[in-house]
Design a binder for this molecule. Structure first.
Ligand SMILES: [Zn+2]
Ligand SMILES: [Zn+2]
Length: 199
């Protein structure tokens, strides 16, 4: 069996759960952790089903952990979504190393889209959650969001990675650090204005 992790299981239907289960089984994977880049529902709605399927513990940054469990369920209800992510089994913080099989990912705390947003840095790749997308950045108008801290996370952390690192965002296509440095409008000298400005 090969060790694996599941990042942000936004599983919403039993059919999606079945597809994921089939993949895990057919690839003969042992899922070691369920990791959430942040606590939003579209990234956590499958936590419960994956934990049930695999027994893997749910890991998230402490600052987004309140979005799981009972409170998370209530927030989901407000959006008319039935979501039950169990509460976190463990917390991730800046500098933590997640190892599975021969792979390691280092946790980078990258707040801005949410208080406890993280990116996961591996060998020539980074999972950026909703902090950095191909050609865009995450919204900062949700509770815990801050444009100022998003920009700080980008400029002082993610964009310090070398150009040849691939990025795998929480939504949309993959890209590279170099491509985003060149063409992402939010990473230019005078980035576009957003509606929400803090301080
Ligand atoms: Zn989000
Ligand atoms: Zn999202």
């Amino acid at each position: 069996m090969r060790e694996a992790i599941v990042i942000d299981p936004g599983v919403g239907t039993s059919n999606e759960a079945r597809l994921l289960k089939n993949y895990i089984d057919s690839e003969n994977l042992r899922v070691k952790y369920v990791i959430n880049t942040h606590g939003h529902i579209d990234h956590t709605s499958g936590n419960g089903v994956v934990k049930e399927m695999t027994g893997a513990p749910i890991m998230i940054h402490e600052k987004d952990a309140p979005l799981l469990g009972e409170l998370g369920g209530k927030i989901a209800e407000l959006f008319g979504i039935k979501c039950s992510s169990p509460k976190a089994d463990g917390y991730l913080k800046e500098g933590d190393i997640i190892s599975f099989g021969e792979h390691t990912l280092t946790v980078m705390h990258t707040p801005g889209h949410s208080l406890g947003g993280i990116s996961l840095v591996g060998k020539k790749l980074v999972f950026t959650g909703d902090t950095l997308f191909a050609g865009s950045v995450g919204r900062t108008d949700l509770p815990g969001g801050s444009y100022k801290s998003l920009m700080k996370s980008l400029k002082e952390k993610i964009m310090l990675l070398p150009d040849d690192f691939a990025i795998y965002p929480g939504h949309g296509p993959s890209s590279t650090i170099g491509e985003e440095r060149r063409s992402n409008p939010f990473l230019q000298a005078s980035p576009p204005m957003l509606e929400s400005w803090e301080e």
